[in-house]
Design a protein around this ligand. Structure first.
Ligand SMILES: [Mn+2]
Length: 375
């Protein structure tokens, strides 16, 4: 055994928390994979098999304002359960956004209180929650799940989490919940049809920024290749996901990006969208979503944010950064959450007050703390 490998193994074995131990096992297997050319999943999926085999009725739900990873993971999980002959209902608190309607085959994904009323929900044995493990993120589905006596399963990759009393299949290193769902299918011996493979490809591709975020691993690329082998077509999915802008969205970008400001000698860039920006261009709030990423494309930026004034009067912040910064920690101080490199928070202060508060938090994150001098 090479000395560096033994040393890394020892280092890995000495890590502390459960998550760290899992990451270590994952790291060990990644190294083993490199050495002997085998992929071994880091998560133990045997408890999922046992839950599937001993229950019949399942309900799958995900977070409010579902993204492609949320929807693709739901469809992938539904396909797994149906391969075992289970009854599956997918119900979310909110509807997929317009650009993801293509991921809603034959009204498979129901919106609570619209496609199905609460008293019409089927009684289930198991609630499967994907792409979140925070009650607040489940919107109106949180109450449904909390009041149900059913067992709970979580498949997620987010850092922020509640104890949901669930059997958790969680890997905060995974770039997408869709990648975990694919691993579950592989471990359970389930394969996907082209529609589901496409949904999972969209899930993984979007959460990895089309395979460019640091969370993208060789395993991610292998899974993407497998999904293509099942019929997923990246050029078609890219067009459906990204090349669907409205003229209003382009005009909104012109207005909002035109007022970009920088701070911390260019290490922070930020923008905001007021209600006028939406009304005068005809854009909708979701049209602001990717604008913050444009700020991070400025050379030497390390962090960026956008503030969007919501119709409710609150201000929604999307926070971004490059490693080693951590906007999940920053968001937590503002009552929000998310990933290290992409997080969000909603503040109830006025726009100028909220902007000042968030900017201060970023300055605090970016500037080294001053050390008191003893002289
Ligand atoms: Mn996700």
């Amino acid at each position: 055994m090479p000395r560096w490998f033994a040393w890394r193994m020892q280092e890995n074995v000495l890590t502390r928390s459960v998550i760290c131990q899992r990451a270590a096992v994952s790291c060990f297997f990644t190294q083993l994979h490199t050495l002997i050319g085998l992929k071994v999943s880091a998560l133990d999926w045997a408890p999922l098999r046992s839950i599937i085999e001993t229950n019949q009725k399942f309900m799958i739900s995900t977070h409010v304002r579902p993204d492609a990873d949320a929807l693709g993971s739901e469809l992938g999980m539904a396909a797994i359960l149906e391969a075992f002959g289970k009854e599956v209902t997918i119900v979310n608190a909110s509807a997929p956004p317009a650009n993801l309607q293509f991921m809603k085959p034959e009204n498979r994904i129901l919106k609570l209180s619209e496609d199905i009323q609460r008293d019409a929900l089927p009684a289930v044995d198991v609630h499967v929650i994907v792409d979140t493990s925070a009650w607040q993120q489940l919107g109106a589905m949180a109450d449904v799940i909390q009041k149900s006596g059913a067992r709970r399963v979580v498949v997620d990759h987010h850092v922020s989490s509640d104890d949901m009393g669930a059997t958790e299949f969680k890997d905060v290193e995974a770039p997408a919940a869709g990648e975990l769902v694919f691993e579950a299918a592989e471990n359970l011996g389930v394969t996907f049809d082209t529609a589901t493979a496409s949904a999972l490809y969209a899930a993984i591709a979007t959460d990895t920024g089309w395979f460019r975020f640091p969370s993208t691993s060789s395993s991610t690329m292998r899974i993407a290749g497998e999904l293509m082998g099942l019929g997923a077509e990246p050029h078609v999915l890219y067009n459906l996901l990204y090349e669907q802008r409205t003229v209003a969205r382009v005009r909104l970008a012109g207005r909002v990006l035109g007022r970009v400001e920088t701070d911390c000698e260019g290490r922070l860039a930020w923008i905001y969208a007021d209600r006028n920006d939406l009304s005068s261009t005809g854009a909708v709030p979701s049209d602001t979503e990717s604008l913050v990423n444009e700020c991070l494309m400025i050379a030497d930026t390390e962090a960026a944010f956008i503030a969007v004034r919501l119709p409710s009067g609150q201000t929604k912040f999307s926070l971004r950064c490059r490693p080693p910064h951590d906007v999940a920690a920053l968001a937590a101080t503002l009552g929000g959450g998310g990933h290290k490199l992409a997080s969000g928070a909603t503040l109830s202060e006025t726009l100028p007050e909220a902007l000042a508060k968030v900017k201060d938090a970023f300055v605090e994150m970016l500037l080294p703390k001053s050390v008191p001098q003893n002289d």
